[in-house]
Design a protein around this ligand. Structure first.
Ligand code: MRU
Length: 355
């Protein structure tokens, strides 16, 4: 008799243990699943900048733990000096990447907690426990989001996703891929079509890796194949993550998301965004949100090999904006937001302190 497939341990991306932070090194995937240990907040700064850790919630959680490392390593003799050290670490961590709001949300949440401490011990303790709480809540929120989103899916459905909005982009379980996981846990067999996500290849390197890791059916397609695949009429919906969602419902996410949303609109395929409330930015205006511009080399080369003519210029925006009229719904831990987003976002985010 064939034995049941062994259930693997949940893939955890960011782990705090005894004053150090362990991260999956996402630059090494899918070839090797290796972990790096960060002992100083500067290690976290480097890890976020170099995309060892990436994905909006994972960046926010790692940065929060960056402050926890700064607090636990501090030799300050009084609260004023400790707060100064934390402030320096805060600004270093803040400058790592500009688009994902979760980075600023996580850092502000920990700093605000630090300010409530009245002595050295209390400040350190509050910083560390707030960072741990953010990581823990992330998993719970992803699971709640998964349950909410899984109601949209039925046995045999095929879902397109872009970039990586999975366990690797969060502390565990994932947002868009969390919905797929929850559907699978509810006994529905759902197939995923993952785009490569040029130029950093989060789809081919990370999404396929983590779905294979959990035995979820995944097929990789070139980014350019989305329209063709949708035109066949077999796609149930698109589910992607978000780096920032404005009060108007504009969604900042990985470059290429906008054209997938346009394509979905033309082919009448529902387009969903799965994101926690910590990805909402109720303050910024559309024109105020910086879109990260990355090195031209990522476009001009594949790995180390140059693929473009010498001397050619390249543009490499890392994110784009999908307007609310192309979004069918936003799956959150509190429920699914539907248009008009301005009023539904207001309603859902009421209890959440947004930066
Ligand atoms: O540049 P990255 O890899 O950090 O971009 C990640 C994305 O765009 C994700 O879709 C987004 O952060 C949501 S992750 C749950």
């Amino acid at each position: 008799m064939a034995s049941a497939p062994r259930k693997r341990k949940m893939l955890q991306t960011v782990i705090w243990k005894e004053g150090s932070v362990t991260l999956v090194d996402q630059t090494r995937l899918p070839a090797r699943l290796v972990y790096i240990r960060c002992k100083k907040h500067e290690d976290i700064v480097k890890a976020i900048r170099n995309m060892v850790v990436r994905g909006a919630p994972a960046i926010g959680i790692s940065a929060a733990f960056g402050l926890a490392l700064a607090a636990s390593n501090s030799r300050a003799k009084n609260p004023t000096n400790l707060m100064k050290e934390l402030d320096t670490a805060y600004w270093e961590l803040r400058s790592t990447r500009p688009t994902a709001i979760n980075l600023f949300w996580g850092l502000d949440r920990v700093m605000n907690k630090a300010k409530t401490g009245t002595n050295l011990h209390e400040i350190k303790d509050r910083v560390i426990s707030e960072a741990k709480k953010i990581a823990q809540e992330d998993i719970q929120n992803n699971m709640a989001m998964g349950l909410n989103g899984a109601k949209l899916l039925y046995d045999g459905d095929v879902v397109i996703t872009h970039c990586n909005a999975g366990a690797l982009a969060t502390s565990a379980y994932g947002t868009a891929l969390g919905v797929i996981r929850a559907a699978k846990e509810a006994g529905k067999s759902v197939k995923v079509i993952a785009t490569e996500t040029r130029p950093v290849m989060q789809g081919s390197r990370l999404t396929t890796f983590e779905l294979r890791y959990d035995n979820i059916d995944v097929t990789l397609i070139p980014d350019t194949a989305v329209g063709h695949i949708m035109s066949k009429g077999e796609i149930k919906c698109v589910i992607v993550g978000a780096d920032r969602i404005l009060r108007t419902g504009h969604v900042f996410n990985k470059i290429g998301t906008y054209q997938i949303a346009l394509m979905a609109n033309i082919h009448k395929v529902p387009f969903y965004v799965a994101a926690p409330l910590s990805s909402f930015d109720l303050k910024s205006k559309l024109e105020d949100v910086p879109i990260e511009e990355r090195r031209a080399d990522e476009v001009l080369k594949i790995g180390k090999k140059r693929i473009a003519a010498r001397g050619v210029a390249a543009l490499n925006p890392a994110f784009d904006v999908t307007p609310p009229e192309l979004v069918t719904g936003i799956i959150t831990e509190k429920g699914i937001l539907t248009p008009p987003f301005e009023s539904s976002i207001e309603l859902f985010s009421g209890e959440q302190k947004l930066s």
